[in-house]
Design a binder for this molecule. Structure first.
Ligand SMILES: Nc1ncnc2c1ncn2[C@@H]1O[C@H](COP(=O)(O)OP(=O)(O)OP(=O)(O)O)[C@@H](O)[C@H]1O
Ligand SMILES: [Mg+2]
Length: 310
């Protein structure tokens, strides 16, 4: 068995072009067994393209990647058999029931007879769909549809899961329930690579990578990324007129990001030395500063600053 430190995914200079366009640009990283590895980045950054290469469904243009010891370009079929892949917006058949979906996938993975029934039963229970086994997928609420898509990827007990925005468009309670499942699998030793736009989900990950324009521009545990001073200096500003404050500072070259958070404004400066210049700008705009203090940035602050720096 793999120990905690065993490497499940190793990508080296993984690159994918579409014509002249470089969608994924020399991306390198490792994912260790049992980790929940979060993949963040704006629309079009290259998350899905990277995941599709790792799943053996899209050929890399150059570079290499190994998943569970198999080279994704040389041996894509071996990879596909051993992983679970929930593609972005993965579709279900509206006119098949929960159980029929599971039976279909059981057939695809060569389960027969009693072993198929057992696998279907196990995973329907595990993802909390037992009471809805006879419901058509098209009639399931969004959160349950996602759980069904997840269950279909789990039947063959993969040791590695690739989940591409698995909770997009799902309500917060259902997202939390979905994440309870993910955390449970990881505790059992399953490795999970998951892309998301939700920062609360990113906080659940052991490791994060942020991709922008096809390049991985930051990596680390959530707490490490928030502590990393090279990503800027975040201040919480309480001012007489938060909207005017935001307008006054937003375009300043030393401001990496500024956003309203409740009644205050989070401002990330290139570094702490720009604080007097920030105060000057606010004074020029006739904004009275009630309070300005350094705070630990949120992941959202960190990523807004990263995009701005890039
Ligand atoms: N088959 C394709 N042909 C041409 N361009 C493509 C193809 N697939 C992806 N791209 C382009 O590659 C870039 C990266 O796309 P990708 O889907 O990987 O982004 P993403 O990070 O998953 O974005 P999102 O958050 O919107 O899902 C985009 O500019 C996209 O338009
Ligand atoms: Mg995508």
């Amino acid at each position: 068995m793999n120990g905690k430190e065993a490497t499940t995914v190793r990508a080296r200079d993984l690159t994918r072009n579409f014509g002249d366009f470089v969608a994924v640009d020399h991306v390198s990283f490792e994912i260790h067994a049992g980790e929940i590895w979060g993949f963040l980045g704006p629309n079009g950054a290259g998350k899905s393209t990277t995941i599709r290469m790792l799943c053996g469904v899209l050929e890399p243009t150059s570079g290499s990647a190994e998943v569970l010891g198999y080279d994704v370009a040389r041996d894509p079929e071996a990879v596909k058999l051993r992983i679970g892949y929930m593609s972005q917006g993965s579709s279900l058949w509206a006119d098949l029931t929960v159980e029929e979906h599971m039976q279909f996938y059981a057939g695809m993975f060569d389960f027969r007879g009693a072993s198929a029934r057992e696998a279907v039963h196990t995973w329907i229970e595990r993802v909390g769909l037992a009471e809805r086994r006879g419901v058509l997928a098209g009639a399931l609420p969004g959160g349950y549809r996602k759980r069904l898509a997840l269950a279909c990827t789990l039947l063959h007990r993969p040791q590695m899961l690739f989940l591409d925005e698995p909770t997009a468009g799902v309500d917060p309670i259902s997202r939390r329930e979905f994440w309870d499942l993910i955390v449970g699998f990881a505790e059992e030793g399953v490795t999970v690579m998951v892309s998301t736009h939700y920062m609360d989900e990113a906080e659940h990950c052991n490791q994060l990578a942020f991709i922008y324009g096809g390049r991985v521009i930051a990596r680390g545990a959530p707490a490490e990324l928030k502590r990393d001073s090279s990503i800027g200096h975040t201040l919480e500003l309480t001012a007489s007129d938060p909207i005017a404050a935001l307008e006054a500072i937003d375009d300043a070259p030393f401001v990496l990001s500024a956003a309203l958070i409740g009644a205050s404004t989070h401002v990330t400066l290139r570094d702490a030395s720009h604080e007097p210049a920030l105060r000057d700008l606010l004074a020029q705009a006739n904004v009275a500063v009630h309070d300005l203090r350094p705070v630990t940035p949120s992941l959202e602050d960190v990523f807004a600053a990263l995009v701005s720096q890039s």
